[in-house]
Design a protein around this ligand. Structure first.
Ligand code: GLO
Length: 538
């Protein structure tokens, strides 16, 4: 039988914002356990759980103090086991997020590194370099970090450590054997606890070439990705690491799987992470980055299916996650809107047309769910939640906001806790207020409200996942070449046909039994911004 993940629907849980069982305002593992029934009814195959490890939350948990424990703010190892058992009982598998590029600055290794002298084995687990100038008073290079500011931090003895993200996230040295062995232990620890797979954070950054002289940031920027060689990103050597992981994964029955987060803008470079000798899958962010356009969507789908096939794996489809503006809002903005500028909301941007955004988001989801491969959903998209763009600065937590000195609002707007009910201090998220305030519109979009409404986005997701489960067999897919402009039409085995009208004007609807549609259908026509699933015979 084909591996379970090849055509799975995986639902991302950002644990701090999913469900809070104890009223401290922070979502927790018992909260997830208590919602296993909801997840079963939604019809997903697996959960991907964002970091739940001990952390000071300098970067939403991606600053990990200890990769083999649970943050006391959100649970215990015993509660982790309870959650796994509840998910298993609901027929749901579990993928956990793993953060190998860096630890937090509170990790015992990093503390030991600070306490040890330059050149020590303790420092060699990280990337320490002598600063420039007689006393190392200037950084080893002018590199900038992903969240803004310099990528090097001085430690007071002439040495500096590298952090590609926040200063609280020192980069590990993956040329160090001890680092590699310890990660294998971490993977084994969770695999032994019943975890089915891993989502690998910044999987393309682990292998770095730091041979002196270090290039300048301008030289780095000029390094020609995706096809040239870059000093820090997407290097060939990174795949040796994943081949070792694969050996470990394959010792389990069923073999453990993994999905690479690699923002690599080339389907063929990305496919290397996803090979069966490597991690198995890689996120494909091409649809997430695409504009709402039939030709662009079709081209991306064809290209990714072809590259995944030649790499011996299946493709993935993603529209939202904890790092990007929610797609119901992205599709509500005029094409070409600068999302960072829009988030800052200086009032000069055109307002979001949320009705149109949600309509397109629903159509996009039905299209992705009809494709061969796995679809990754982000918590709350099944409710059609918009980005919360007007969070007041004093509640913002994302390092992007802090490190950019207030010029980038960051990612908190897609991390606002879920509304489970239409009233209560945090709309059913927990017994007390939530760690990020929910806007009034969340009450109307609550699970409670949508469960009572046949036309709701939640009802659409539930029906779509149930029908997909019934209809989906082989990974084969064919395009209808005679579809009108602005329309993408494809069919899967068993007469399962999916048609998306990206345009504004209605097009004639072909014959077939209606399975479902992302919006109401007028007689015989497929309106704009709408997807329909039909069952056709012959
Ligand atoms: C995006 C990650 C993210 C973390 C970063 C550092 O790249 O999903 O949320 O901030 O990777 O770990």
């Amino acid at each position: 039988p084909a591996a379970w993940w090849r055509q799975a629907v995986v639902y991302q849980i950002y644990p701090r914002s999913f469900a809070d069982s104890n009223g401290d305002g922070i979502g927790d593992l018992p909260g997830i356990t208590s919602r296993a029934g909801y997840l079963r009814e939604l019809g997903i195959d697996a959960v991907w759980l964002s970091p739940f490890y001990p952390s000071a939350l300098a970067d939403g948990g991606y600053d990990v103090d200890d990769h083999r424990d649970v943050d006391p703010k959100i649970g215990t190892l015993a509660q982790f086991d309870d959650m796994v058992a509840a998910l298993k009982a609901a027929g749901i598998r579990l993928i956990v997020d793993i953060v190998p590029n860096h630890t937090s600055d509170r990790h015992e290794w990093f503390r030991a590194a600070l306490a040890a002298p330059p050149g020590s084995p303790e420092r060699d687990r990280y990337v320490f370099r002598q600063g420039q100038g007689p006393n190392g008073e200037r950084p080893p290079s002018d590199w900038t970090a992903a969240f803004g500011g310099p990528a090097w931090e001085p430690v007071g003895d002439g040495q500096w450590y590298l952090h590609m993200f926040a200063p609280e996230q020192p980069d590990l040295n993956w040329d160090n054997r001890e680092v590699r062995d310890d990660f294998l232990k971490t993977l084994q620890f969770w695999a032994d606890r019943g975890v089915d797979g891993f989502r690998v954070d910044v999987a393309n950054a682990l292998a770095k070439d730091l041979t002196p002289p270090l290039p300048s940031q301008a030289e780095l920027d000029a390094e020609d990705l995706p096809d040239g060689v870059h000093r820090l990103l997407d290097r060939d050597e990174v795949h040796e690491i994943y081949e070792e992981w694969r050996e470990l994964f394959d010792r389990y029955d069923p073999p453990r799987t993994a999905v690479a987060e690699a923002w690599v803008r080339s389907a063929h470079r990305r496919a290397r992470y996803a090979s069966p000798e490597g991690l198995g899958q890689a996120f494909n962010f091409d649809l997430l980055l695409a504009s709402w356009d039939a030709t662009e969507f079709r081209k991306i789908i064809e290209e990714n299916l072809a590259h995944a096939r030649s790499a011996g794996t299946s493709s993935t489809w993603v529209f939202s996650n904890h790092d990007v503006v929610r797609h119901a809002t992205r599709y509500a903005l005029p094409a070409g809107t600068d999302l960072k500028a829009w988030l800052l909301g200086d009032g000069t941007n055109p307002p979001a047309d949320l009705e149109r955004g949600l309509r397109r988001a629903r159509a996009a989801t039905l299209l992705a769910l009809a494709l061969p491969g796995s679809t990754y959903l982000y918590q709350g998209e099944e409710l059609g939640l918009p980005e919360v763009a007007d969070l007041p600065p004093e509640v913002l937590q994302d390092p992007t906001w802090i490190r950019s000195g207030g010029t980038h609002k960051g990612r908190d707007g897609c991390r606002v806790p879920l509304p489970w009910a239409s009233s209560g201090p945090s709309l059913g998220f927990g017994p007390g207020p939530a760690h990020l305030p929910q806007p009034a519109v969340f009450a109307e979009l609550s699970v409670e409200r949508q469960e009572a409404d046949e036309a709701s986005t939640l009802a659409l997701y539930r029906r779509a996942l149930a029908e997909r489960r019934r209809l989906q067999t082989a990974e084969a897919m064919e395009w209808a070449e005679d579809a009108p402009d602005d329309v993408v039409e494809l069919s899967r085995p068993n007469g399962w046909t999916c048609i998306t009208n990206f345009g504004e004007n209605p097009v004639p609807l072909p014959q077939g039994r209606l399975i479902l549609s992302s919006a109401p259908l007028p007689e015989g026509a497929l309106p704009g911004d709408t997807t329909v699933w039909l069952e056709t015979t012959g």
